[in-house]
Design a protein around this ligand. Structure first.
Ligand SMILES: [Zn+2]
Length: 545
């Protein structure tokens, strides 16, 4: 029954067109539809793309420095102070006008260069992962600063992809007098899915024609249609009780911690009866002060994930009821809940994905050195996964995930942007296959030649796709046809954030305050060293003997 209901909801949401087109990855079996009828490259476009590839190659030291610099900052979401300042300086130096602190988020910005249509917005995330500090190029656990955050996902690399591509296009546009506007923006606090819905609310994408997003991956790839993974809402539940002497008069206390524990127990029982595609997880942010004081306050922070927007709303409502039940059981008060982040399930644009895919095939994968492969295999061995090394073959153009077989997974608040403007995510090969994600191991390659080569490959694709978008109005037209007539024909975007919710800009402040001074010693200094590996005196690759 539950499965039936879910299927029905998904059919309504996705529309018959997408289900009929289901293919690729988890779509399973179905033949890919014929490509859209998009114009081929003219000789001039081919020439400009060749030039873009050459120019990106010439900038590879510049790209590498950006990757290493941001890696060394290792900042957590909403506290990307050094990262943001650094990027703004780089962009201003290259002629971008930068609006800082957009959408009420101190580390967010919107950088603009050029004039008129089309407006292309290039974005990528910039925040790190708690407790993932790790020496790059070392194939075993070896933190730079014990307990500190780091780039245990690889968000230190995406801005280099976009900025390198934008700088190359800028000089081509100036010389060829090509009209158009390039925007560069950071995905602030993506690990908290904390900002992109606010960017939409602030109207930052209102005049944007196409959003080109990019994210670190293990291959050079792109997809269109319903993405894999989930949407999510991140909610904090705060309970208020009454303190008392935990031994002298426990009957006079009302434990807010009891409410948190009972909410978690309730949720963990209810889990069994939720659709299989759901995911949820929590951490206790306040569990009281000390055992002899009945906790007067306590709070628990949940992520609720589902593969559709109505699905997210449904499990969120269940959790709200369980929280009320926990308050009833303990005679405590459930305070107004706070949404700390949100993300729509992702849906990517077909026309833009198809031109990107053509460019991916032109660029191909980087040439990995023996050192790169030795390092990758050593990391895989360390983690006890298949020692396959780095990816050496391109995959295929990804198509819509079949909602009926989507078993859930991660989220990215690029989903919110993808439901407001034609969007794709270009994945570039800067990390090692088989890693756990959100872990120190995911940081190991992120300031090594593996990350650097992956970024250069990604920047070439991004630059070529910019050429397509600037010189082929038919592609922009086709992207909006798809967006209006297929993607959003039956599904209308409604934000998960409520009117009263505001960006949770105070998150991670204390963690960064605790570690920043120790981390500062390792900030990359490109005036003295060619790479962070050189600065740290790390022999690449350093593997277990
Ligand atoms: Zn990410």
């Amino acid at each position: 029954m539950r499965v039936l209901r879910l299927t029905l909801a998904l059919s309504l949401l996705a529309g018959p067109a997408l289900i009929a087109q289901g293919r690729g990855g988890r779509g399973g079996g179905a033949e890919p539809p014929p490509p859209l009828n998009l114009p081929p490259d003219t000789p001039r476009i081919t020439q400009l793309k060749d030039e873009a590839i050459r120019e990106v190659d010439k900038l590879k030291d510049f790209s590498q420095q950006m990757v290493d610099q941001i890696f060394s900052y290792g900042e957590l979401g909403f506290q990307e102070v050094e990262t943001s300042r650094y990027l703004i300086n780089v962009l201003k130096k290259h002629g971008f006008r930068v609006e800082e602190g957009v959408a009420g988020i101190p580390t967010a910005f919107m950088a603009t260069w050029g004039n008129g249509k089309p407006v292309i917005a290039l974005g990528s995330d910039i925040d790190g992962i708690p407790q993932s500090s790790q020496k790059p190029g070392v194939a075993y656990r070896d933190p730079l600063v014990d307990g500190a955050p780091g780039h245990g996902e690889g968000h230190n690399s995406g801005q280099a992809v976009n900025i390198t591509a934008a700088i190359v296009l800028k000089s081509i546009m100036e010389r060829e007098k090509i009209p158009g506007t390039i925007r560069i923006w950071p995905g602030v606090a993506e690990e908290l899915v904390g900002t992109k819905a606010y960017f939409i609310r602030a109207g930052l994408f209102k005049d944007v024609d196409v959003a080109l997003f990019t994210h670190v991956g293990r291959n050079l790839s792109v997809s269109w249609g319903d993405g894999s993974g989930t949407g999510l809402v991140s909610v904090q539940y705060n309970f208020k009780g009454e303190s008392a002497h935990a031994a002298g008069g426990p009957w006079r206390g009302k434990s807010a911690l009891d409410a948190v524990e009972l909410m978690n127990i309730g949720w963990n029982f209810r889990r069994e009866h939720l659709p299989l595609s759901h995911r949820s997880h929590y951490v206790i942010k306040d569990g009281g002060d000390q055992p002899n004081v009945v906790p007067p306050t306590a709070s628990v922070w949940y992520y609720f994930r589902q593969v559709t927007y109505p699905g997210v709303k449904e499990i969120w409502a269940i959790a709200d009821k369980i929280a009320q039940g926990a308050a009833l059981m303990t005679d405590t008060t459930l305070l107004p809940t706070r949404v700390l982040g949100s993300a729509w399930p992702r849906h990517f644009n077909r026309a833009v994905a198809e031109v990107t895919w053509a460019n991916i095939q032109r660029v191909g994968l980087p040439e990995w050195s023996e050192a790169d492969q030795t390092f990758a295999r050593a990391v895989q061995k360390e983690l006890g996964v298949n020692e396959t090394g780095l990816t050496t073959r391109l995959g295929q153009l990804g198509g819509p995930v079949n909602p009926e077989t989507n078993t859930g997974g991660g989220s990215d608040d690029i989903g919110d942007i993808s439901w407001n403007v034609p969007t794709i995510t270009l994945s570039y090969p800067s990390n090692i296959p088989g890693l756990p994600g959100h872990n120190w191991a995911d940081a190991m390659a992120m300031a090594t030649p593996i990350a650097h080569k992956g970024v250069t490959a990604g920047a070439k694709v991004q630059a070529m796709t910019l050429v397509d978008l600037l010189l082929k109005p038919e592609v922009i037209q086709a992207s909006w046809d798809y967006f209006r007539n297929i993607q959003t024909r039956t599904v209308k975007y409604e934000p998960l954030i409520r009117t009263q919710d505001q960006p949770a800009i105070e998150l991670n402040r204390e963690i960064m305050a605790k570690y920043r001074e120790q981390m500062r010693k390792y900030y990359f200094d490109p005036t003295k060293y060619k790479s962070l590996l050189e600065q740290l005196g790390i022999q690449y690759p350093t593997v277990r003997k």
